[in-house]
Design a binder for this molecule. Sequence first.
Ligand SMILES: *Cc1c(COP(=O)(O)O)cnc(C)c1O
Length: 223
Amino acid sequence: MDSAAERLDSIRARIDAAHRRFGPPAERVELVAVSKTFSADEVRPFLEAGQRIFGENRVQEAAGKWPELRASYAGIELHLIGPLQTNKAREAVALFDVIETVDRDKLAGVLKTEMEKAGRQPRLLVQVNIGLEPQKAGIPPAEAVAFVKRCREVHGLTIDGLMGIPPEGVPAGPYFAQLAILAGETGATTLSMGMSADFETAIAMGATHVRVGSALFGHRPRP
Ligand SMILES: *Cc1c(COP(=O)(O)O)cnc(C)c1O
């Protein structure tokens, strides 16, 4: 396979081309490099090549990997992109700069408490279950706008935007379009959607953040 720098260049070139073709509204599109299942040693070449925004889906795995990497590289921005249990909220607030997976009132309340205790304010996105899939986390689309409002007005949280994962095996475009409409209704400025297989489509629909794993790091043995 190509070097980390070559893979980053190639994905960034595709992001830029899609953005030139379809953007605005997004001022620019950020690449979240999804490093889940890959070791600190496997991540390091991407840091060396200049990548600074990374995504992890498990709090425990991130806790074992990122403190060491943060000590060696300045300016890292770490995103939690997997479901968050309330009993891990404290650790998540300490570890992550962006939590993309706020999806229920109980979690919103606990995050508010832990953020106040820690004096740390990770940016927050609400995860929407855009395909209404039972195995996926996220608030149902029909409840998303009201939930964002509750996060802001009842729980006192700042919500920057929405995140979603479309179903596999069907065209993603309509799901991205729906998420973009919901984001507009909530006044959200951040829209995290699109993965290795479909990030250009997501950019066409207004993504501000694309989450790319296997196209950068290679095949994952487990999900
Ligand atoms: C694993 C994962 C990704 C990256 O998926 P790829 O297909 O490897 O690019 C993106 N978003 C979420 C939420 C993930 O869990």
